[in-house]
Each structure stands twice: as structure tokens, then as C-alpha cells.
Design a protein around this ligand. Structure first.
Ligand code: RB5
Length: 147
């Protein structure tokens, strides 16, 4: 499975740790930066990563900023992206099961690196449940297309 990963300066160490963990576990990881600890604008990273997921170049994406919120707001502006800011295990699991989220957003200043790795792990391993949830996703897509 191909996973896209990216961060701003609020999530640099978390992003690197998650990428390393995923690669150690056999995932192909495309790193959208940042590649050194420098201040950047999170929408720039969110845009590049989200477009790659929406285009099918990567199956899922993981974005880390200070809170996870700015990244999720920006990612959700890209058509076809369902980004979820999560800081607990239950949400990371159910946003895949029920929302078919394709981008996980994490807060490097909210959760520790260990939790971030666990949430990323749950996110990439959990499959969308489909069924009644597909109808709800279809309604989200219709809403997106009605803009
Ligand atoms: C950057 O200081 C910070 O605003 C950003 O990482 C993120 O938390 C935004 O939502």
C-alpha cells in the first residue's frame, strides 16, 4: 500500500517517526516534506499531498501540523478528500470504518510520537465498512459536487 505523508514545522519529528514505522512495516511511503525543521505554511503541504491522494497516486495520506486542525481544514478543500483530525484510537479507527477517511491529520503539539504512530497504524490497517455508510459518503460527495 502507498501512503503519502507530510507535515509542517509543528509535526516534523512525528512525521519522520511515522514514516519510519510505516516503511519498517512494508508500506511504500511518499514524503511530501518538510525535510528539515523550518517554518512553512501548512496549506502548501496539505494541497500537494491531498492532490496525490485524490488522483489515486497514494491510497491514503497522513498530515501532521501543530494541532492537526489546519491540515484537515486545508486537505478537505481538495475534491475527493475526506480528512479527519484525530487524537484518539477510537476516532482513528472509526473514521476509516464509517467515514472512509482518506487523510489522517495529527497534532504534533497535541499527542506524543508513540500515540501518533499507533493512530497511523490503526488508520492504515482499518478498512471502510461500506453498507449504510456508503450511502452517507455518497451524500457527502453530492454535497461536494453541488458547490
Ligand atoms: C503553526 O504554528 C501551526 O499554526 C500549525 O502547525 C497548525 O497547528 C495549524 O493548524
Amino acid at each position: 500500500m502507498k501512503i503519502a505523508i507530510g507535515c509542517d514545522h509543528g509535526g516534523f519529528e512525528h512525521k519522520n517517526a511515522i514514516a519510519e514505522h510505516l516503511m519498517e512495516n512494508g508500506y511504500t511511503v511518499e514524503d511530501f516534506g518538510i525535510y528539515e525543521q523550518t517554518s512553512v505554511d501548512y496549506p502548501d503541504i496539505a494541497e500537494k499531498l491531498s492532490k496525490s491522494v485524490a488522483a489515486g497516486e497514494n491510497e491514503l495520506g497522513i498530515l501532521v501540523c501543530g494541532t492537526g486542525i489546519g491540515m484537515s481544514i486545508a486537505a478537505n478543500k481538495v475534491k475527493g478528500i475526506r480528512a479527519a483530525a484525530c487524537s484518539d484510537h477510537y476516532s482513528a479507527k472509526y473514521t476509516r470504518l464509517h467515514n472512509n477517511a482518506n487523510v489522517l491529520c495529527l497534532g504534533g503539539r497535541v499527542i506524543g510520537i508513540g500515540t501518533a504512530i499507533e493512530l497511523a497504524d490503526i488508520f492504515v490497517k482499518t478498512e471502510f465498512e461500506g453498507g449504510r455508510h456508503q450511502r452517507r459518503i455518497d451524500k457527502i460527495t453530492a454535497l461536494e459536487n453541488s458547490k
